[in-house]
Design a protein around this ligand. Structure first.
Ligand SMILES: [Zn+2]
Length: 126
């Protein structure tokens, strides 16, 4: 199997540096989030990295009250699907917005979460 142009490792290295990276199909222009082997629209494999703004709005969210052991100390916390202004969605953890203030459509901005040598996708206040 061919190696995707943008690997998850590359995606998270970029995220750690504060850059959220999408991929655009060089044939049909479809924008999506990596990793993706083939374009869902035209089935081509011609991805080009695109730096995204990181600005979006909460499309949905859930509050995690019972977390996996390694995140248990953080509970409760929220995980949201964020619709980025470029038209793609990405899931991330809400970092600095009180849970009771969360609502659909709330503007948020990408905030990398770097902890214990790991990088995760976060979103916080604009
Ligand atoms: Zn395509």
């Amino acid at each position: 199997m061919a190696e995707p142009v943008i690997t998850l490792r590359h995606f998270f290295e970029q995220a750690r540096a504060g850059r959220l990276t999408g991929i655009r199909c060089g044939r049909c222009g479809e924008l999506t989030m990596p990793p993706r082997e083939f374009c869902a629209s035209c089935h081509e494999r011609a991805w080009e990295p695109v730096e995204l703004s990181g600005d979006g709005r909460i499309a949905s969210f859930t509050i995690i009250r019972v977390a996996p052991a390694r995140h248990a100390a953080d509970a409760p916390y929220a995980v949201a699907v964020v619709a980025l202004k470029e038209g793609v969605s990405v899931m991330g953890r809400i970092v600095d917005i009180p849970l009771e203030q969360l609502r659909m459509g709330l503007p948020v901005r990408f905030r990398p979460i770097v902890r214990n040598g790991e990088t995760a996708i976060g979103f916080g206040t604009v």
